[in-house]
Design a protein around this ligand. Structure first.
Ligand code: NOJ
Length: 753
């Protein structure tokens, strides 16, 4: 990944438009450990394998959860290869001691965990990090998360989550980087590099397990765990690039997904796990399953029973079974029946042992319990979480400079059910503590200590979405939000904080209706009815359908679930200490009935035409988004000009530079994200109307200009066909530059033969 840090001070930057190409050329071998060390590890793996009984081998393929008696007994007996979900160093050590000191071969356990956007120091959710359009934000998160996880003995993290999704109904869109494969690939590579480093045996690094392989984000209807029915070209052009980039960056483990892909569950999918992952991409790391995914092959209808499920998953390329126990239970029987081979079992065991050696746990099986506090929630990390959160925020609307707010306001009403809520960590928030969270009201108090800050929720949120369903703002606390109106009337300005509870997005939290939950639109309308100034802050884990809020509100700041420092970061942006520069990593539709709605769709033979009934549109409303992919405002203004190409033709294997000038035409310093898109107007397969091939977040002083250069190559213009082959077809390529997917500057060149 050659995208330069946005903090670069150079005036001209060249952005590689080939994240995916780089991934294609670097085999997934766990990063750059020296070949002598790799050879040494391989010989240790083989020597250990030679000593193992069949039972011991099959036991290494079992991953268990928690620290219950079952796990302790298995550890002592050498009947488990990996354990996840234990987050306390003393408990990790206690289980590890059972395995290392009591089991016959003293093989250490690999401890894993869902460190998705932080372990204890919770960073913004993945979707928010996508909105930064700055891979260094993901890298900072993973640097901190890896250190905090490794400190307690967790050497495997089930992340990055890199599922591209066009489905805002799908709750897990919160975890990935949004709807674009190029952006997703850039974020994925940065996270892997940072979390795993070049050697995850290092004390502050961990094995990264990229997930969920593959195409989990394509869940039909946005319903979690649902089928994904896509052609090979869509699989490869849309969904696979971030996984490939992660593996190219060295990710040494992959988690299989729950879904089917064209009828074949990913966990039983030889095409995905062996043909593509191993043979095409050269991956030789660990293939782990998702939670009970082997067992679920039975209800999927591709396995008759547990033995059959073990057979199809192992033969497809699975190495390790999470939680369910079919491979360990039926492996011997399947060997005797010649339904699985000893060589496949040996390969799977090698994959497990290899990552254990690379993780350094044979040499250092135990966590240094005394060192944990010094590696956790360090002030610099908390400050980094605050900066990251501010960098992910997207200014969706700002009429007449409603924002930033003046720091000399004397009375501020913070209203709405999330005004003073500590539920800002978001889904899959590790061991993040609500007590560490700075609420929006707290952040505002910190920013303007002399102001009188009142908090009026107006309605409540109950339930956590896990044990109890979330009920978000079902009704006003007073009839007609009288308390909210009183607070707004008495204040100079109201900050209305609305959105989702964390349990409304994330796993198993798909929604049919993605409006502001409950009565929150009425709450905004109540504030508006006072005639006093107000701004809206959104907290959510997915695009919401908010045409009402957009119409009613002078300003809207998308803050997402920003982690422990959300409140301070919101205040940094509201009061102009930080000029917002994030951009939407996913399209915001107007109505749920427009879904799926995404910028990189292919053409139809009848593109929408307002003057013709017989075109691709809805009879009852627009098919345009409320806010498009790549969109976001700032407190300054920018102009893009002079899109020029370094030639009129590119050889199929050559490259071409596109350059464009960005000027800050406003009165304060700020960030813009320069985005480069292409379109191939005539191809053997209908192509996206636009396709992101480069981006660069640039900081410019007022009045300053910068030329941004993007390098285009075969990966920018080629695509995969339904035969699985990558082609670069000769002909015209249109180029678009802009600061959203509505990019207006255009040019074109020709790809030669
Ligand atoms: C199920 C989830 O799908 C996956 O993302 C997670 O890593 C595992 N559970 C383990 O917690």
């Amino acid at each position: 990944m050659q995208i330069k840090s946005a903090r670069s001070r150079v005036l001209t930057v060249v952005v590689s438009a080939c994240a995916v190409a780089i991934a294609a050329t670097v085999p997934g071998s766990g990063g750059a450990i020296a070949s002598s060390r790799a050879a040494d590890i391989e010989s240790k793996v083989n020597a250990l394998l030679a000593k193992m009984t069949v039972d011991e081998k099959l036991s290494q393929l079992q991953q268990m959860v928690g620290n219950g008696q079952d796990v302790q007994d298995a550890a002592r007996a050498g009947k488990v290869g990996a354990v996840f979900g234990v987050t306390d160093a003393a408990q990790v050590n206690q289980i590890q001691r059972l395995a290392v000191e009591n089991s016959r071969l003293h093989i250490p356990i690999l401890f894993g965990y869902d460190t998705i956007h932080g372990f204890r120091t919770t960073f913004p959710i993945g979707l928010a990090e996508g909105a930064s359009f700055d891979p260094s934000v993901g890298a900072t998160d993973f640097t901190v998360g890896a250190r905090e996880s490794a400190a307690v003995g967790i050497k495997q993290i089930f992340s990055p989550m890199v599922d591209v999704s066009h489905e805002p109904r799908w709750g897990r869109i919160a975890e990935g980087s949004g709807e674009d494969p190029y952006l997703g690939a850039a974020m994925a590579a940065a996270k892997v590099h940072a979390g795993q480093g070049h050697d995850y045996g290092a004390p502050d690094k961990v094995l990264t397990e990229v997930k969920h392989f593959a195409a989990y984000g394509g869940a039909e209807g946005g319903r979690d765990y649902n089928q994904v029915d896509i052609p090979e070209s869509t699989l490869r052009n849309l969904y696979l690039p971030p996984y490939k980039a992660a593996i190219g960056a060295g990710a040494d483990a992959v988690m299989t997904s729950f879904n089917t892909v064209a009828g074949v569950p990913a966990t039983a999918n030889h095409h995905l796990l062996t043909d593509i992952l191993h043979k095409e991409w050269g991956f030789n790391g660990l293939v782990d399953t998702d939670y009970t995914a082997v067992q679920e092959l039975i209800p999927h209808g591709v396995a008759a029973d547990g033995a059959d499920a073990a057979r199809v998953s192992l033969n497809a390329g699975v190495d390790m079974e999470m939680v369910s126990t079919n491979i360990a239970t039926y492996g011997k029987q399947l060997l005797a029946e010649h339904k699985i081979s000893m060589s496949r079992v040996n390969d799977a065991v090698r994959d497990v042992l290899r990552v254990k050696y690379k993780a350094g746990i044979f040499e250092h099986p135990y966590a240094d319990e005394a060192a944990v506090p010094g590696k956790t929630m360090q002030p610099a990390d908390v400050a980094a979480a605050r900066a990251a959160a501010a960098r992910t925020m997207v200014l969706l609307k700002n009429d007449k400079g409603a924002l930033p707010l003046s720091t000399s306001l004397s009375k501020i009403a913070v209203v709405g059910p999330i005004a003073d809520s500590d539920d800002l960590l978001g889904p899959w928030s590790g061991i993040g503590q609500r007590s560490d969270v700075v609420t929006v009201a707290d952040g505002i108090r910190n920013a303007v200590p002399n102001a009188d800050v009142t908090v009026t929720p107006g309605c409540t949120i109950t339930g956590d979405g896990f044990d109890t369903p979330v009920n978000n703002c079902p009704e006003p606390t007073k009839p007609g939000f009288a308390d909210v109106k009183d607070a707004a009337s008495a204040a100079d300005v109201s900050v209305v904080v609305v959105g989702e509870a964390s349990g409304q997005s994330g796993e198993a939290s798909s929604r049919q209706n993605i409006d502001l939950p409950g009565q929150q639109q009425a709450l905004i309308d109540a504030v508006k009815s006072t005639g006093k100034p107000f701004v809206v802050v959104l907290v959510n884990g997915r695009p919401l359908t908010i045409p009402g809020a957009d119409a009613a509100s002078p300003a809207i700041l998308e803050a997402w679930f920003g982690g422990i420092q959300t409140g301070n970061a919101v205040a940094d942006v509201l009061f102009g200490k930080v000029n917002p520069g994030g951009k939407l990593p996913v399209t915001f539709p107007r109505y749920v009935g427009q879904l799926p709605l995404y910028y990189n769709h292919t053409r139809t033979g009848r593109p929408e035409d307002p003057n013709s009934k017989w075109t691709s549109k809805y009879a009852d409303g627009s098919s345009s988004p409320l806010y498009p992919f790549g969109y976001g405002l700032t407190y300054t203004s920018f102009k893009l000009s002079n899109l020029s190409l370094g030639g009129s033709t590119m050889r199929p294997n050559g490259s071409l530079t596109a350059s464009v000038t960005l000027t800050n035409t406003g009165t304060r310093a700020g960030d813009d994200v320069v985005q480069l898109y292409i379109n191939d107007p005539v191809a053997s397969l209908a192509q996206p109307v636009k396709r992101l091939v480069g981006f660069q977040r640039v900081t410019l002083a007022a009045g300053a200009s910068q030329t941004v250069r993007f390098k285009l190559n075969r990966d920018s213009v080629g695509f995969y066909g339904n035969d699985g082959k990558f082609v670069v077809e000769p002909g015209q390529i249109n180029v678009y530059a802009g600061d959203s997917s509505d990019a207006g500057l255009t040019s074109s060149f020709t790809v030669g033969k």
